[in-house]
Design a protein around this ligand. Sequence first.
Ligand SMILES: N=c1c2ncn([C@@H]3O[C@H](COP(=O)(O)OP(=O)(O)OP(=O)(O)O)[C@@H](O)[C@H]3O)c2ncn1[C@@H]1O[C@H](COP(=O)(O)O)[C@@H](O)[C@H]1O
Length: 114
Amino acid sequence: MTQEQDGAIGDALTLLEAVVRSRLAAGDAGTSYVASLAAKGRGKIAQKLGEEATETVIAALTEDDAALTGEAADLVFHLTVLLAERGIGWDAVAAELARRHGISGHAEKAARAQ
Ligand SMILES: N=c1c2ncn([C@@H]3O[C@H](COP(=O)(O)OP(=O)(O)OP(=O)(O)O)[C@@H](O)[C@H]3O)c2ncn1[C@@H]1O[C@H](COP(=O)(O)O)[C@@H](O)[C@H]1O
């Protein structure tokens, strides 16, 4: 992945988060899917995220790259809504990923077991 593509991903998530936060703040369920989902409660947002995760798994196993890419976008969108509703930004997730960078999953699991 180029640095330019890396920046594009960050930009896309930052923009999506900003739009989602503004929709949550406005709370206009009539014009906004985000607001209508949030009005149904955190449980419904979590349920949608679970459904999108399942659809992503099915697409990975049975569908073409375009379908999987679409399901991945649905999944990331709904995760963004859930995080924003909890007041957590992608910057926090990015910081956690940066903290883990270079630490092997095997080494981390072994350290946990001690
Ligand atoms: N990225 C998305 C996005 N991805 C998916 N979706 C919607 O997510 C919904 C869930 O998909 P489903 O097929 O499960 O829908 P459904 O069957 O209607 O859902 P349920 O009846 O089961 O609740 C669909 O209505 C999609 O249109 C999205 N809706 C919004 N966004 C982004 O969020 C922004 C704000 O959207 P609004 O809040 O609608 O203004 C938009 O400008 C986009 O950038």
